[in-house]
Design a protein around this ligand. Structure first.
Ligand code: NAD
Ligand code: UD1
Length: 354
């Protein structure tokens, strides 16, 4: 067996799209996931799409014995680290879970990597590390800020931990990939975002309304100093993100130390612009009401992705139309996510636009 990339959290939303990209690039992968926010079905779909068996271990990165076992059995030469908890709202209620999973989990992983002399790591960071940005669009060199949630602080702490690790030993090569707002799904409609419980992010909330499950969308805030009073974000297609991971891993072959790259499109869209675009593309009407601002939201957040372009040759290829089309295709084919019994279109009450 050739060199293997260990993918923690590879059954999840971004991890599954990246696992697909790695397999399609001919790479050997091993997925480690405890399935706390995903299910085995995403990997079964990957197997169907690639006609390749996906090596999978169901387990937790906090289990040091398991990590030892994995690193001793497989010829791992790099790790892509997606696993972690990601709900901002939940992190406020359960900070210990978030610090234990995201920070201590990464610590365990790095210990195991060091023990087995695996020094290449691609880490899923977030634009949340910038806090309230001092300048828009956001460039990496301006430095990080003060994240507003425990979730955000786990990402920043992890970045700092990884930076210290690189200072301590020059053999480490680490990519901090700071995602902006990932949306979309693979064009096959076979894998996509499958949130557990009530969604909080804009696109999953919007598709719930489009599917007729929720009567109207709540738009948080109408008085921001933006183009139309609603918040502006940099939405980026998950397949472009997956490609960014591949390019980052390639870049780590020839550079040591720690490197932060923004993965965004460089374009900002307001909440109202997203609703209108969704209506135009799908022909479905999205009733909405305005509500007060959501705590912790900032008016505008979008990237300057020039550094990733220059260093990695990575540019987001897919525009907003494509992001919405692919999100909607996944939703229509999987109205109950991976839990659906079949991929047939379920009888949902779509609201055609009048
Ligand atoms: P996801 O929840 O779909 O995927 C995370 C995966 O990790 C899940 O499959 C989950 O079961 C697994 N997992 C969680 N804790 C684990 C543990 N202790 N051991 C093993 N597996 C574990 O989330 P995602 O959207 O694919 O996000 C992937 C990464 O990217 C996360 O670290 C997240 O914080 C980060 N990120 C996501 C977004 C986003 O909007 N989706 C934005 C910025 C950063
Ligand atoms: C949020 C997290 C961020 C995380 C990202 C991806 C916060 C403060 N930030 O980013 O740390 O990395 O998700 O998981 O939670 N909106 C509505 N109605 C809704 C849902 C959202 O108006 O029902 C608005 C929000 O107010 C925001 C925009 O849509 O202005 C985007 O929201 P969301 O998708 O949750 O992403 P972020 O808040 O940018």
């Amino acid at each position: 067996m050739g060199k293997t990339t260990l993918i923690t959290g590879g059954a999840g939303y971004i991890g599954s799209h990246t696992t697909l990209a790695l397999i399609n690039a001919g790479q050997q992968v091993l997925v480690l996931d405890n399935l706390c926010n995903s299910c085995r079905e995403s990997l079964t779909r990957l197997e169907r799409l690639t006609l390749t068996r996906v090596d999978f271990i169901e387990g937790d990165i906090r289990n040091t014995k398991l990590l030892d076992d994995i690193f001793s059995r497989y010829d791992i030469d790099a790790v892509m680290h997606f696993s972690g908890l990601k709900s901002v709202e939940e992190s406020v209620r359960k900070p210990l879970d978030y610090y234990a999973n995201n920070v201590v989990g990464t610590l365990n992983l790095c210990h195991a990597m060091a023990r087995y002399e695996v020094f290449k790591l691609v880490f899923s960071s977030s634009a949340t590390v910038y806090g309230a940005p001092r300048q828009i669009p956001i460039i990496e060199d301006l430095g990080t800020g003060k994240p507003i949630s425990p979730y955000g602080r786990t990402k920043l702490m992890t970045e700092e931990l990884l930076a210290d690790l690189c200072l301590s030993d020059p053999r480490w090569s680490i990519a901090l990939l700071r995602y902006f707002n990932p949306i979309g799904a693979h064009e096959s409609g076979q894998i996509g975002e499958n949130p557990n419980g009530r969604p909080n992010n804009l696109l999953p909330c919007l598709t719930q309304v489009a599917m007729g499950r929720v009567p109207e969308l709540t738009v948080f805030g109408s008085d921001y100093p933006t183009v139309d009073g609603t918040c502006v974000r940099d939405y980026v297609h998950v397949v472009d993100l997956a490609d960014g991971h591949l390019k980052a891993l390639q870049a780590l072959q020839s550079r040591n130390g720690i490197h932060a790259w923004n993965l965004g499109t460089g374009n900002g869209y307001s909440v109202l612009q997203i609703i209108r675009a969704f209506e135009d593309i799908t022909g479905i009407s999205i009733p909405f009401k305005f509500a007060p601002r959501r705590a912790g939201d900032i008016a505008e957040c979008w990237s300057n992705p020039t550094k990733a372009g220059r260093d990695l040759g990575w540019y987001a290829q897919r525009d907003l139309v494509r992001m919405i089309q692919d999100t909607w295709r996944w939703q229509l084919r999987n109205p109950h996510g991976y839990h659906a019994q079949s991929d047939l279109l379920a009888p949902v009450a779509l609201k055609q636009r009048v």
